[in-house]
Design a binder for this molecule. Structure first.
Ligand SMILES: NC(=O)c1ccc[n+]([C@@H]2O[C@H](COP(=O)([O-])OP(=O)(O)OC[C@H]3O[C@@H](n4cnc5c(N)ncnc54)[C@H](OP(=O)(O)O)[C@@H]3O)[C@@H](O)[C@H]2O)c1
Length: 311
């Protein structure tokens, strides 16, 4: 038995993804990596009831803390099913309110959406199955050409994104931009990590779930917008392109990470179940290398802690 690790499965897209995993990965152990153990246990109980899957556990993980990520890796590696067949980096936040910082002092959107998953992935690489997959939940908002209504990303450099300078932008616009930039970082990481892993069979892909109204992502929106997000915008799933239910996107994410159908896709970007080109900036190797290098410096990861060359 091998393990599937999924982050952000206590809610939204990740929760629905975990249900689909429990249906299609009947012989694997599913690990819900979450910061709220109560929520994790509740989700496991429901998924077991819905699917009959017997091997689902949760392990504590707070992506806003490098220490927590190290502890997660230690706990995971010391349990018996410590070969990873799929790692799904799905957890994420969007903060359009006042800027916040992680326990290590990084801007929290960049810290949670990029640095956390980056560090977790590198620490877990020694446990990846030769045929395993790594999937990052990114977003169409990373691409200015998609005109999503969210302020488009501006990649400056990794250190500036971790410790942003004062900006003249309105609070909500700056927050949107930090979010779209963090999602661009997921794709920059996908492409460079795939190249670094190329002699192995491990595949790394990025996934855009589309707009998925009703999830917890809008936690920092003003009350009226939150109401619309939960109660009105879900109607768009009926007729608007790339607006999906959590059920549809979660199922697609699970299939991309685990099903046979996607075994030959490496270093690709998916909008739902279709492979498409990502933004021009996402293929910029200067950005990719800078982000990689800053990630190494910010996390302090050492060569002996992962299984690929850091430089
Ligand atoms: N909804 C959309 O329209 C949309 C569109 C494109 C991309 N996405 C991406 O899809 C992913 C899932 O989003 P969602 O819409 O399903 O949002 P969600 O309902 O808010 O779910 C987010 C999940 O991430 C977890 N999480 C947040 N911060 C964490 C941390 N520090 N450590 C560990 N787990 C943490 C949350 O756990 P807690 O319950 O503990 O907070 C929750 O389980 C995100 O990466 C998001 O950027 C969403």
């Amino acid at each position: 038995m091998k393990s599937i690790i999924i982050t952000g499965a206590t809610n939204g897209i990740g929760y629905k993804c975990a249900i689909q995993l429990a249906k299609i990965a009947t012989n694997e152990q599913i690990i819900i990596a979450c910061r709220n153990q109560q929520a994790g246990k509740k989700v496991i109980q429901t998924i077991k009831q819905k699917t009959g899957h017997k091997n689902i556990i949760c392990l504590p993980l707070d992506l806003e803390s490098l220490q927590s990520i190290r502890e997660f890796t230690t706990k995971f590696s010391s349990q018996s099913h410590n070969k990873i067949i799929a790692l799904i980096n799905n957890a994420g936040i969007q903060n359009i309110a006042a800027i916040k910082f992680t326990k290590d002092g990084f801007e929290s959107t960049f810290g949670t959406n990029h640095i956390g998953p980056f560090y977790l992935t590198l620490l877990l690489l020694p446990y990846m199955d030769f045929n395993g997959s790594i999937t990052f939940t990114a977003s169409g908002v990373h691409d200015p050409m998609q005109k999503t209504g969210i302020a488009p990303p501006i990649y400056t450099n990794g250190k500036d994104l971790a410790f942003p300078k004062e900006t003249n932008e309105k609070e909500n616009i700056a927050g949107q931009r930090r979010y779209s930039t963090s999602k661009l970082c997921n794709i920059l990481t996908t492409y460079l990590l795939q190249r670094k892993l190329s002699p192995s069979n491990i595949r790394v892909n990025a996934f855009d779930p589309g707009m998925v109204p009703g999830t917890g992502l809008a936690r920092t929106y003003p009350p009226l917008l939150q109401f619309a997000w939960k109660n009105i915008m879900p109607l768009l799933t009926w007729f608007k392109h790339n607006v999906n239910t959590a059920q549809k996107s979660g199922t697609r994410l699970a299939n991309l990470a685990y099903s046979e159908q996607y075994k030959n896709y490496r270093g690709k970007y998916f909008e739902g179940d279709k492979e498409i080109k990502s933004s021009t900036d996402s293929y910029n190797t200067i950005f990719q290398n800078d982000l990689w290098q800053s990630g190494i410096e910010l996390t302090g990861i050492k060569p002996g802690e992962t299984s690929i060359s850091l430089f």
